[in-house]
Ligand binder design. Sequence first.
Ligand code: TYD
Length: 135
Amino acid sequence: MTIPRLYNLPTVDINSIMTIAERDDLPFPVKRVYWITSNHEDEIRGEHAHKSCQQLLVCLHGELNIQLEDNHGNKSSFCLKHPNEMVLIPSQYWCKIAYKKDAIVLVMASHEYDPEDYIRVYDEFKSQELKYHLG
Ligand code: TYD
């Protein structure tokens, strides 16, 4: 079973800091990459689960607070402040993300965009059987 996880990626100090994620550092083949630039000091995003899609989040700037909950009510949270940190959000986890300090977030996803992959109603998420499987 895939569970949420924090990765510390290798960095190279070149006066600036370069962070590197090679294919073997990533838990799934990435099919989609997108990034979000928050325009607000504090913004709540997410508040949904995915049936099959897994995601890796990197906070490139600012700060992110990620709250996760599985279908059994087990909760975990992560605070991302450093660009070499990466969080794995497995499928079938309810995810709420607080963007702090004008956060800029890079997301790597295991699937192409599919609106049908979203569970957007919390009660629906909590009441359903875990019937979806990784594609
Ligand atoms: P959503 O995944 O709900 O964003 P967040 O989790 O940050 O709150 O997506 C927001 C909107 O963007 C939604 O209308 C769908 C659209 N969208 C795409 O068209 N393609 C994508 O790859 C993603 C991630 C979102």
